[in-house]
Design a protein around this ligand. Structure first.
Ligand code: HEC
Length: 123
């Protein structure tokens, strides 16, 4: 059936990335092909379980609130994890945060790093 062939061609074109406007995403560091880290899928859940109990509301520790994207972004320099206060606190040989708990796993620290270096988007 003709329509079927056209449909198949269209989806093949889409699969090959010929769908028009398919600019390559801006890579923070071209050397490493990193998957885009989603704030809502990866970052927010970590903050919610590891940080928010001390960092929300009027009595937030140090006045640092981490319960929403808008609050989190205040402690981050988009595109520059190494200059981001939040990243500094959870990384390094002896991370200061989460206070009183084990450091975040290296893999999780890396997710924060990638998310920030990818522009710290509300994605
Ligand atoms: C048990 C409570 C607690 C938890 C959990 C916690 N914090 Fe904190 N946080 C504090 C306290 C208290 C301070 C004030 C500084 C201090 O005492 O070290 C602070 C300070 C901070 C600061 C500001 C530090 C500065 O020097 O300006 C940041 C940023 C921060 N925390 C991020 C986080 C992140 C990210 C997490 C989760 C990975 C987290 N915190 C988990 C209690 C906590």
């Amino acid at each position: 059936m003709k329509l079927g062939v056209v449909g198949a061609a269209a989806s093949l074109a889409a699969a090959l990335g010929c769908g028009g406007g398919s600019k390559a995403p801006v890579a923070a560091s071209p050397a490493e092909a990193v998957q885009e880290v989603s704030f809502s899928a990866f970052i927010a859940p970590v903050l919610a379980t590891k940080c928010v109990r001390c960092h929300t509301g009027e009595r937030a520790a140090d006045g640092v609130k981490l319960a929403s994207y808008e609050e989190v972004i205040e402690h981050v320099v988009p595109g520059d994890a190494d200059s981001s206060h939040l990243y500094e606190m959870i990384s390094g040989p002896q991370p200061k945060m989460p206070k009183g708990s084990a450091a975040l796993p290296e893999r999780t620290q890396q997710l924060f790093r990638d998310w920030i270096n990818q522009g710290a988007k509300n994605n």
